[in-house]
Design a protein around this ligand. Structure first.
Ligand code: 6YU
Length: 492
């Protein structure tokens, strides 16, 4: 057993950086991060739209309160504004934020009364809450959250809305369809039918009103990196294969092979690549291959696409207090399972826009949200095509043929080769065991070989905060602590 073990971390997203920071601050000085791209941060990526900062990846600190390590770090580094630091903000426990103030438009070019959407919104929120409860009850009647919602909406509508007229009922169904699209964005899934009902409740929220970084999420990455020794990260060095259980090399049982043929011998490797990348490359990334139970969990867990389309205007066409703009399609007054003809109608999957606030900081910028295969198709179009389609959409829904965006910028997470999508969700048939399997180090328990050769971190390995920055950060610390505990035990 080496006294100064060589530890290689694959990936310089927040989980890789967190692992390195914890190891280095505990006295491990033979640590190296190998990153495929030319930058740090991975899915934390701050960009610019004209003079404005925009978040291409992660947006919010979800649940900014004492239990959230991202909030604590950001506060300690002085990266948050006074509102986020207000203790009242931290104590509000409503899973994110109160319902946004909406402006609602229909595809016939009318602005609707915001109150008209509330009954459908209430029913939808109730159904999501019930979806998260199944796990605790020890059994679920449907395989997916989508199946559950689809079976319940007609029953509850018939019961609760029996006295409302046909037009109102149709409007409410359009709202449900819209909220389903929005929920696909939240969960990073193509359809709610892909989200396992039994595992939906595994995701846990923290108290605190979601907040943002005034200078961009990447300001956190910069601060964390500034505390690591110079030269610890090697950029533009994709890892091709992690060869473990290396019988020829007793001292260093793992070899990390890079695309440029560099071979790095190590005692331990912490793999933090996204689940999307793992799903695509598991067969070549590990030698010997991953154990079957781990592979099956990689396949069962979902990893979908959620993209943003930022649109800047010279002046707002929405109300001053508006926080979200919902777009309701007239023809979606029955539950819509799939958008037909994705190439022509991909834009129908965009549920609407959130308004970037405060205006003094961001200007008149909207963020459109689109998930799933339609989002993946959008990525293949030119920027001009996306701009044209979004302009037509806004003109149609507002009934104003002169509205013209100043600038448009979209994310392309599915075609990002080292990410292959946006974030993870529990797929159909998933359970807590799958997340346990994701984080299980190699070789697995009971093997005679040197332990803890390959460890796994990253958002998709956190048992209840998967899909978030705080989940990723905690997973990096967890794997660093595993090694620290291992060496402190072996010293005794
Ligand atoms: C959050 C939010 N948020 C929006 C969008 C996205 C994400 N998230 P990384 O990928 O960062 O790092 C891996 C590195 O590995 C990377 O640098 C690669 O280049 C490198 N690599 C890969 N292959 C390699 C190889 N072969 N060799 C070497 N290097 C290699 N999270 O807290 N707040 O607002 C959002 C959002 C559009 C894309 C988000 C948000 C997710 C986070 O960004 C993400 O989890 C972490 O940054 C991941 O860090 P990492 O280190 O693990 O990987 C049931 C139920 C579910 C309910 N879900 C609730 C949804 C909550 C999530 N909300 C998201 C919403 C937004 C808007």
């Amino acid at each position: 057993m080496s006294v100064n073990p060589k530890i290689v971390i694959v990936g310089c997203g927040i989980s890789g950086i967190a692992a390195a920071q914890r190891l280095v601050s505990s006295g491990f000085n033979n640590v190296r991060i190998v990153e495929a791209t030319g930058r740090s941060g991975g899915r934390i990526k701050t960009g610019r739209l004209g003079n404005n900062i925009v978040e291409i990846g992660a947006n919010w600190i979800h649940g900014p309160s004492e239990e959230n390590p991202v909030f604590c770090l950001a506060r300690n580094y002085g990266l948050l504004d006074t509102e986020a630091l207000d203790p009242v903000n931290q104590s509000v426990d409503i899973a994110g934020h109160p319902p946004w103030v909406p402006n609602v438009f229909s595809s016939s070019g009318q602005k609707l009364n915001a109150e008209d959407i509330y009954p459908a919104q209430d029913m939808f929120v109730e159904l999501l809450y019930e979806s998260s409860e199944f796990q605790n009850q020890g059994g679920e009647p449907w395989a997916s959250v989508g199946d559950f919602i689809w079976s319940e909406v007609p029953k509850r509508a018939a019961e609760k809305w029996k006295d409302v007229d046909g037009a109102t009922r149709s409007l409410r169904m359009r709202v449900i369809n819209n909220l389903l699209k929005a929920e696909c964005c939240v969960n990073g899934t193509h359809s709610m039918d892909e989200l396992g009902l039994g595992a939906y409740g595994l995701y846990k929220t923290l108290p605190g009103l979601d907040c943002t970084f005034p200078s961009g999420y990447e300001s956190l990455i910069k601060k964390l990196l500034s505390e690591l020794p110079n030269g610890l990260v090697t950029y533009n060095r994709p890892v091709r294969c992690v060869c473990w259980n290396n019988s020829e090399q007793k001292e260093k049982p793992v070899t990390v092979e890079c695309d440029d043929d560099e071979r790095i011998s190590a005692d331990h490797v912490i793999v933090t690549v996204p689940l999307g990348y793992l799903k695509k490359h598991y067969s070549t990334l590990f030698h010997p291959p991953l154990p079957l139970h781990k592979l099956h969990s990689i396949q069962r867990l979902g990893f979908g696409t959620n993209n943003k389309i930022f649109v800047e205007f010279d002046s707002p066409w929405w109300d001053a207090d508006c926080e979200v703009i919902y777009l309701l399609w007239e023809d979606e007054d029955a539950l819509v399972s799939e958008i037909q003809d994705v190439q022509r109608f991909w834009i129908k999957k965009l549920f609407g826009f959130t308004v970037l606030k405060p205006t003094e900081r961001y200007g008149h910028v909207l963020c459109g949200w689109i998930a799933g295969h339609e989002s993946e198709y959008m990525e293949t179009l030119s920027e001009q095509e996306v701009t044209h389609t979004v302009t037509q959409l806004i003109r149609r829904f507002t009934g104003n043929p002169t509205i013209t965006p100043k600038r448009v910028l979209r994310s392309q997470w599915f075609h990002e080769p080292w990410t292959c999508g946006s974030y993870s969700h529990p797929g159909k048939g998933c359970s807590a065991q799958d997340l346990e399997n994701m984080m299980e180090p190699l070789p697995t328990k009971g093997s005679q070989s040197q332990p803890l050769q390959v460890l796994f971190a990253g958002e998709a390995t956190h048992p209840c905060y998967f899909s978030t920055v705080h989940g990723a950060l905690l997973s990096g610390w967890r794997e660093a602590d595993r090694l620290i505990a291992h060496y402190s035990k072996s010293k005794l």
